[in-house]
Write a protein that binds this ligand. Structure first.
Ligand SMILES: Nc1ncnc2c1ncn2[C@@H]1O[C@H](COP(=O)(O)OP(=O)(O)OP(=O)(O)O)[C@@H](O)[C@H]1O
Length: 297
């Protein structure tokens, strides 16, 4: 890697674990490959988005040291720019799901070494109404899960807290009525969760669907009609769903353009952040970003 001007954005939230330790590990390595490295600390929620919107087109490379929330904000700030920099992700949060989809090591020292020797890959983003996501969009169980995660549990248990929260949520989960338009097909019914994914990990768990790719121009749609513990294990843990519509309680589709409406307005979770409601129009932006990933050779 040989870069003239880059910007490193890190999550400055008080108590964010080991961020200075992570900076100590990655800045010297980055500095030896970058002529001018600007380091920006986020001072509040949405600051990463503002920084990216304002300065993103002035650098060749944006390095994000943070978790999926920070990545989500940066992607939103950068997506609107005409001239978008290359993006590198250093796992600095709890789950770091999108970095996992790019096969980036969860050890910060290893990750930075991988990225400076890495290769460029095109990555899709998904436009949702006037915002964007990079990893997943979800309603129902997944949103409730994010909302109900106890911060104390997340700090101690990390990935397991997602599973615990989902179990807690399931007890009082009511199915919702939805209409789903995917490309030229229409579905209607009741579901407890609808997920649309670009990435292949949620809550650190690999999603057990074949053919998830971050750059194929499609999003995978998962409609879960009924909640039970076994099903939850399949989705969040170990199961492998290999055939389309194999299980009558889960339907799998893929599409480039999606419109989802629900009878009642529902909260939407995008990359772990909850601020939008249904209805949503989703449009896959094929190869919208160039990102660094570990070299395959
Ligand atoms: N200085 C700050 N003060 C308060 N909140 C902040 C600050 N900087 C960033 N944030 C918020 O922190 C959240 C991002 O956290 P991040 O995703 O980096 O870590 P995480 O939640 O541990 O990771 P993951 O989502 O991978 O589990 C965002 O919601 C962002 O708005």
């Amino acid at each position: 890697m040989d870069v003239q001007k880059a910007m490193l954005i890190y999550n400055g939230k008080a108590g964010q674990k080991d961020v200075y330790d992570s900076l100590k590990k990655c800045v010297p390595v980055l500095a030896s490959h970058i002529d001018q490295l600007i380091i920006m600390k986020t001072k509040r929620s949405l600051h990463a988005k503002e920084i990216c919107e304002k300065y993103g087109d002035q650098v060749e490379l944006v390095i994000i040291l943070g978790g999926d929330g920070t990545v989500h904000e940066c992607i939103n700030g950068l997506s609107r720019l005409e001239k978008r920099p290359v993006v590198a992700i250093l796992p600095g949060g709890t789950c770091n799901d999108f970095s996992r989809s790019l096969q980036i090591s969860q050890d910060i020292q290893e990750a930075v070494e991988q990225l400076v020797k890495g290769e460029m890959v095109s990555v899709d983003a998904v436009k949702v109404n006037e915002d964007y996501f990079i990893n997943f969009w979800g309603i129902g169980l997944v949103t409730e899960t994010s909302n109900h995660i106890r911060e104390s549990e997340k700090a101690i248990l990390g990935r397991v807290s997602y599973f615990l929260s989902a179990l807690r949520t399931m007890k009082d989960l009511k199915p919702f009525k939805y209409r789903l338009q995917r490309d030229h097909e229409m579905e209607e019914g009741k579901a407890v969760m609808i997920l649309v994914t670009n990435g292949s990990y949620i809550g650190t768990n690999p999603l057990p669907f074949i053919d998830i790719s971050v750059n194929d121009g499609y999003a995978e749609i998962v409609v879960v009609n009924e909640a039970n513990v076994t099903l939850l294990k399949d989705i969040f843990e170990i199961g492998v769903l290999e055939e389309k519509n194999k299980d009558q309680h889960i339907q799998l589709f893929r599409a480039k353009e999606i419109y989802i409406e629900t009878e009642d307005e529902l909260d939407v979770d995008m990359d772990g952040e909850v601020y939008l409601n249904t209805p949503c129009k989703l449009e896959i932006l094929h190869h919208h970003f160039r990102m660094l990933k570990p070299s395959q050779t």
